[in-house]
Design a protein around this ligand. Structure first.
Ligand code: ARG
Ligand code: ZN
Length: 887
């Protein structure tokens, strides 16, 4: 089962199915729920430090579950005030309260349970359950926050309609919201008022939400394809109300897109979105009442960068798309998380890609996947997109479940085509609307709708690790045949030593020496068809022969990143430069640039001669290419990150990697200074929020960042001028971030000007903290420590923690890995403090200390010592799981 928690121990019935914190929950132990819920009625008497919750719930035995008449409910961090069963007050001897829940040993077949609890929203610093943010009440219940509100079978396969009533002080909380539709409200004579909401759709408890407080609202509407008018409301504190237009426009685009692409309409008459400052994650798809981290709502050109604009649109889309993929069809248990997250990330990727540049979107997603997910797959926390076990489910909201999960969903579309994928989605909703299902059900819908055998896809759900796809080419000049020998392998990961072969679609093309594509004809086919096609790799080793190949071609492999694998082909540097210039597939032009840069850096690390001229010439040709858009040029010019380089080394020396990467950037900037300056100047005037302007700003700022590596008075002056004259946050931020790594007077001036300008905007001050924590100057850690005491920082606010501590720990490898161990000690100190307040956020930070085994011996020992120090302290289940799996 999905993890009923109680203290276990002697006398606990069904002990084998009862799990306490710090114990592992297994997928193989899943059992259907013993009790089903007919309906839930919640009554909240909201008070900041003592909120009383009366839950009135009708239970009925699940005919499909085993016998036994004990009721086990999840719950903790609450004060239990009373229990009534069918109206009768239960004396304490009739029930038992464990550390993780409540047990009533004998209950009838059907009954109504009324439980009164008292909770402390104000004191809830975990931001999980009911808590306060900025003086308002809000909730976060995924995955297991509802059990901190009332006792409940808190598992996603228990679904019920909810009615929610709340009373609160009317002056402090004019707005009272919950899921679904408002049904009644009124005033009380003690200065309090109340409202009642009803959600007609049965849902799991993790989708419950409540918001109460003093909020302003922007209102708009959307007319669905079938002609229904939906009211749309965005709530926020009044002083941010004029920064919600982009969010509202994004929401409407998302609603339209889901209708057009998937035929999916919104189902309630009201859709609400609330922005809060204190939030553990990005956002949450509560039915009809999405709650967002304010960072992913507020936008105006002055406060949000172009990247912020795009992510706001993407996340608004993501949460909206969950209404079908997550809410209408939900997960049977938390092992199935990728069923909704991988699918919904894939949907939001398609949304962005349809609205903007598809190639740029693909490149950015793959960059993230390679930098973070490949690293996770090679770490002690490696897990399949459907894990077989977990200790703390909050630790599994990972790049693997989300981003690799999305890659696996994309595989279906690659295999079945857009129309085939749509047939599969249609069948999935037809079969499972209103149900809580497993990843196998999604696979089956895709297969059945297309009469396809997709059974091998199952391995992507069960096996962790990044497969390596090795390709060798053999050209027979006499027979004009070209054979690709393909083999796949996958390293062992915690869940399995030996891996079964994956189903890997390999999209490719073959290029002639003059750069033109060849028509592709496999041996046995009557004629050539197309210049790009997808081979299916299903075995550990396979060969594919193309005929009518008049000359030895250069293969363009894994086009559009057709599978989440590491490609291994003996490309020469000249091949990469050639593909950068000629490949029809824009993604592979970028991939070739990355490979060339990676090869150069690895050579430099090994102390070998590196052909920097070749890469500079290739970059210069790209810059001059009239057919390439500015954003693609920018993407190609950005070198693989230091962490990607570290992943490519058997044993990493982060200091050396940083040096080498900077050196390469300096040498490229020196060789291309003229072109970088002229490109920068040509694009200086880019303005507005259209795609073209955004693409131009992106390239302009990549040029600036190269130029700044030269650290001459002239470029520093240029950057400072850009900072002062910036007409939007994109340019202001780019200049500031560049100057932050230069030891010069302009750095100080820019930082204080930025602070003075933006001290009233919490999210913008997050950027100010982040640029300082990301600086490559030697005293960065000292600065970070001082900033902990700055009024813009707050250890209780996750955005600020991520900006300052997170940037230093996870995005500043050179300083974090300082050879004296100071970075490791600092992060461990912060994790210990944070863990007492907010385990989920602490568990994100502690991941920085996970990979000690991959480091050179000195750092390795220092990092391990900090993990040991943490392990010896008392830790939350969240941090404890990561520390214990890393040691
Ligand atoms: N379902 C949310 C999303 O759309 C994430 C919620 C994560 N919550 C957590 N406690 N880890 O991505
Ligand atoms: Zn999601």
């Amino acid at each position: 089962m999905s993890g009923h928690t109680c203290a276990g121990g002697s006398g606990c019935p069904q002990e084998e199915r009862v799990v306490s914190k710090n114990r592992t929950v297994y997928l193989k132990d899943y059992q259907p729920p013993q009790w089903l819920v007919d309906d839930v009625y919640l009554d909240f008497a909201l008070q900041p430090s003592a909120t009383e919750v009366i839950s009135t719930i009708r239970y009925r035995r699940n005919p499909l579950a085993e016998q036994g008449d004990a009721l086990l409910l999840d719950g903790h961090d609450m004060e239990l005030l009373s229990i009534r069963l069918d109206g009768e007050l239960l004396m304490p001897e009739r029930y038992r309260v464990h550390a993780g829940g409540l047990e009533i040993p004998a209950v009838p077949e059907r009954f109504t349970l009324e439980v009164t609890t008292r909770i402390d929203p104000q004191g809830n610093t975990s931001l999980d359950g009911l808590y306060r943010s900025g003086g308002n009440y809000c909730t976060q219940c995924e995955a297991q926050g509802f059990r901190k509100i009332t006792y409940y079978p808190d598992r996603p396969d228990v679904m019920a309609p909810f009615t929610v009533r709340m009373t609160a002080d009317a002056a402090d909380n004019p707005v009272l919201l919950s899921n679904g539709n408002p049904v009644a409200s009124g005033k009380l004579d003690d200065g309090r008022h109340w409202a009642e909401w009803q959600d007609p759709f049965a849902k799991p408890a993790y989708l419950f939400a409540l918001v109460a407080g003093n909020l302003a609202c922007v209102e708009d509407h959307f007319v669905t394809a079938s002609g229904r008018t939906i009211a749309l409301r965005i709530y926020t504190e009044a002083h941010h109300i004029d920064q919600c237009d982009h969010a509202m426009a994004s929401l409407k685009r998302a609603m339209r897109w889901d209708e057009e692409r998937f035929g999916l309409e919104y189902d309630l008459d009201l859709f609400m979105l609330v922005a809060v400052d204190d939030f553990n994650m990005g956002a949450m798809e509560n039915k009809g009442l999405n709650i967002f981290n304010s960072q992913l709502v507020f936008a105006s050109p002055e406060i949000a960068t172009d990247d912020d604009y795009i992510s706001i649109e993407a996340v608004i889309g993501h949460e909206y798309f969950h209404n079908w993929t997550g809410n209408r069809v939900t997960c049977r248990d938390w092992f199935q998380l990728s069923l909704k997250e991988g699918l919904t990330v894939f949907r939001d990727q398609c949304f962005t890609s349809d609205l903007h540049s598809a190639a740029v979107k693909r490149i950015e997603d793959v960059r993230l996947l390679r930098a973070l997910q490949f690293a996770e797959d090679a770490s002690p926390m490696a897990h399949p997109i459907r894990p077989a076990s977990y200790m703390e489910i909050n630790n599994f909201y990972t790049v693997t479940v989300y981003e690799k999960g999305a890659e696996i969903v994309r595989l279906y579309q690659t295999l079945l085509g857009i129309d085939g994928f749509r047939r599969g989605m249609d069948l999935y909703f037809q079969r499972h609307d209103g149900q809580a299902v497993a990843t196998e059900d999604f696979l089956a819908a895709m297969a059945d709708a297309n009469d396809a055998d997709l059974s091998q896809m199952q391995r992507w759900y069960d096996q962790a690790g990044t497969p390596r796809l090795s390709v060798r080419m053999e050209y027979d000049s006499a027979a004009h045949r070209c054979t690709l020998h393909v083999s796949q392998s996958c390293p062992s990961t915690p869940e399995a030593e030996v891996k079964q072969p994956f189903l890997i679609p390999l999209a490719l093309g073959l290029l002639r020496a003059d750069g033109t594509p060849l028509a592709l004809q496999l041996a046995g086919e009557a004629e050539g068809c197309g210049s790009s096609r997808t081979l299916l790799v299903t075995e550990a080793e396979q060969s594919f022969t193309f005929v009518n190949v008049p000359e030895a071609p250069v293969p363009s492999l894994l086009r559009d990143f057709s599978a989440p694998v590491i490609l291994d082909y003996p490309y020469r540097a000249e091949d990469d430069a050639f593909l950068m210039a000629y490949d029809e597939d824009p993604f592979n032009r970028w991939a070739a640039a990355q490979r060339l840069a990676m090869r150069t850096m690895l050579a430099m690390l090994a102390g070998e001669a590196a052909d920097v001229e070749l890469i500079a010439t290739a970059f210069s040709r790209l810059l001059a290419d009239p057919d390439l858009d500015a954003a693609l040029k920018a993407e190609a010019l950005m070198l693989p990150s230091e962490s990607e380089v570290a992943d490519a080394c058997a044993v990493a020396d982060p200091g050396h990697i940083h040096e080498v990467r900077e050196q390469l950037r300096v040498r490229i900037a020196t060789l291309l200074q003229g072109e970088l300056e002229s490109t920068h100047a040509e694009l200086a005037a880019a303005s507005g929020l259209d795609d073209l302007a955004m693409q131009q700003r992106k390239l302009k700022n990549v040029c600036l960042s190269y130029l700044l590596t030269l650290k001459t008075g002239r470029v520093i002056e240029l950057a400072y001028r850009c900072f002062l004259q910036a007409a939007c946050m994109t340019d202001q931020y780019a200049a500031l971030a560049g100057l932050a790594s230069c030891d010069c007077a302009e750095r100080k001036l820019a930082l204080s000007a930025f602070e003075a300008q933006w001290q009233g905007e919490a999210n913008v001050m997050g950027k100010w903290l982040a640029v300082q924590a990301g600086s490559s100057l030697p005293d960065t850690l000292e600065q970070v420590k001082q900033l902990l005491a700055h009024p813009a920082f707050d250890l209780r606010n996750p955005n600020k923690v991520r900006a300052l501590i997170g940037t230093f720990a996870l995005r500043n490898p050179a300083l974090f890995h300082a050879i004296d161990g100071s970075g490791y000690r600092f992060v461990a100190d912060q994790v210990l403090q944070l863990d007492r307040m907010n385990p989920q956020v602490a568990a994100r930070m502690v991941r920085a200390l996970m990979n000690w085994k991959r480091l050179e011996p000195v750092r390795s020992g220092l990092m391990r010592a900090q993990l040991q120090r943490l392990s010896d302290a008392g830790l939350s289940a969240d941090v404890g799981e990561i520390v214990s799996k890393s040691l």
